[in-house]
Design a protein around this ligand. Sequence first.
Ligand code: FAD
Length: 429
Amino acid sequence: MEKVDVIIVGGGLAGLSCALELSDSGMAVLVLERGDFSGSKNVTGGRIYVRPLKDYLPDIWKDAPLERHVTKEILTLMGEGNSTSLELFSDRFNREPYPSYTVLRAKFDRWLADFLSEKGVFVVPQKRVDDLIRDGEKIIGVKAGDEELGADCVVAADGVLSFMAEKAGYRQPFKPEHFAVGFKEVIELDPKTIEDRFRLGEGEGAAQLFVGALTKGMMGGGFLYTNQNSLSLGLVVGLHALNQKEPREETFKLLDQFEERPEIKNLIKGGNVVEYSAHLITEGGLHVKPKLYGDGMLVVGDAAGLGLNMLVTVRGMEYAMASGVLAGRTIKMAKEKNDFSASSLSHYEKLLNDSFIMKEMTNFRNTLSVLENERLFKKYPQAISDLFEKVMWVDENAKQSLYQTVYEGLKQNFLNLETFKDWLQFRKM
Ligand SMILES: Cc1cc2nc3c(=O)[nH]c(=O)nc-3n(C[C@H](O)[C@H](O)[C@H](O)COP(=O)(O)OP(=O)(O)OC[C@H]3O[C@@H](n4cnc5c(N)ncnc54)[C@H](O)[C@@H]3O)c2cc1C
């Protein structure tokens, strides 16, 4: 059996970042990607925060094909027939180094794979890994079709369903409550139209999140990100909520209905859909963390369950990239000792625990239990929008005082034991 130092299964952000960290090590590193090219099968919202990555990948951002730096954050609470938006524009977001950018994975991952190839790392597309090869407990290589390839270390970077982690016996069976499904369209529009519609300066971007009627009370929400010359529009729904919904919802229709809302319709008017994708998202946080290392193997990115729904933003790409780098650092240390045993590779978990990833995963460990509350996705967005609508409404009757209007609205929907309990629950986030 032919042998290299490291085989990375999956050429997404986690796998490519691991390979990048190893690119100056002198080791023979092979990235096997089942898609036609890196980025071809990868789905994200997407916005990437670059500041958390500055100690992990300091040098790639200058040339990376990022879309727009996000200067405007919009949170929209959707009711039936109305919605309320909270919009934040901050000078701080518009000052270099910019904190976050919108990104298209088909471009970004492909660029990163090409960048790696220039550094001598082999990223092999259209190569699906089917199985692991073992020697007792130790993972010693992979099978791809008829081919067998050996390695001192195999890195499972194969995304949310990670068959590699499953085959290694590192992962528990899936539970629907730990996953959501996302649907996304990329809609082409010219840059000037995007900037006018979102009131942005040249090159500036907006990130808009939606909670409420669009998911029909199910846990989830919508997103809209402005790219250079396209919009990324999508919707995410918890699998568990979807399974329990009566009557059943055809999820892909939710995106069509979302697009029909005037709040969206006018933003995407005249645009061409150039990409449609659907993908699972890991939302279980620490509850789904698999075993992260073993004899001859490490697990990174979504495969390691490293993703969070923080309600106001989704995180996964930075975790994928940073965990890939930390796996790379661990492999370099293991190479120095020529020891790829579980004990040697356990260093990866220590590095992860000391990183922002596990600190955030711990800070947000109870998020899922908060998000199970249907009122967050139904009652409150509707009640807030109804109240705001009443405040703004003028008709043939004499207008009630503002205080009276607000007080009645609050009394009807918020000044009760149920909301107080929800507020206490919210402290867990
Ligand atoms: C709808 C949606 C919106 C999101 N929004 C955001 C966001 O705005 N911000 C954010 O930070 N995160 C977001 N995320 C999460 C983020 O996209 C993921 O956390 C991130 O893509 C994980 O990267 P990864 O490299 O671990 O996995 P992936 O990007 O899934 O890469 C895994 C790779 O492995 C390959 N592969 C799988 N099996 C095999 C095999 N057997 N052999 C060879 N190759 C294989 C796949 O083709 C793929 O290229 C979103 C996710 C979704 C679905």
